[in-house]
Ligand binder design. Structure first.
Ligand code: CA2
Length: 156
């Protein structure tokens, strides 16, 4: 059975591709989820993708990842990245390797985006790659947990 990784997106990320394209690009959340499922599949993993605008529900998803023995978590907690001790604590508590992703380069933006609580609980953090950051994060997570790309038979 394929091992599962949880891909968690926080508040307002359901709006991706509909507003502020100069900051977040034109890809939608559906595009992100498709990219994550395809990339996870290349490693023989399954991506379980969730989005919520509520902090507590994101905490619940992290606990669920533990209950389901998920192999890893990719998290873009949106604005909660910069405020949520609860999400930090949940990520630390479940002891599942996590990568934080931000679509935009948070360090090139307002000062209040420069600190992330979720980054402190993750083993790695990526920002500024647009939605490709999710693909890169899955590659990094797979390397961290010792999962290799599945052979497809296709010539490189
Ligand atoms: O760059 C990122 O991925 C962020 O996590 C996006 C958050 C922001 O609060 C973080 O500082 C950085 C915002 C969620 C996206 O909000 C949108 C709003 C309008 C249109 C598209 C997305």
């Amino acid at each position: 059975m394929a091992r599962t990784i949880y891909v968690l997106n926080g508040p307002n990320l359901n709006l991706l591709g509909t507003r502020e394209p100069e900051t977040y690009g034109r890809a939608t959340l559906a595009d992100v989820e498709k990219l994550c499922k395809t990339t996870a599949g290349q490693f023989g993993l399954e991506a379980d993708c969730r989005q919520s605008n509520r902090e507590g529900e994101l905490v619940d998803f992290i606990h669920e990842a533990r209950a389901k023995q998920a192999a890893g978590i990719i998290i873009n907690a949106g604005g909660y990245s910069h405020t949520s001790i609860a999400l930090h604590d949940a990520l630390v508590a479940v002891k599942i390797p996590a990568v934080e992703v931000h679509v935009s380069n948070i360090y090139a933006r307002e000062n209040f985006r420069h600190h992330s609580f979720t980054a402190k609980a993750a083993f790695a953090s990526l920002c500024g790659f647009g939605i490709d950051g999710y693909r890169l994060a899955i590659h990094g997570l797979a390397a961290k947990i010792g999962v290799r790309e599945v052979a497809t038979g296709a010539q490189a």
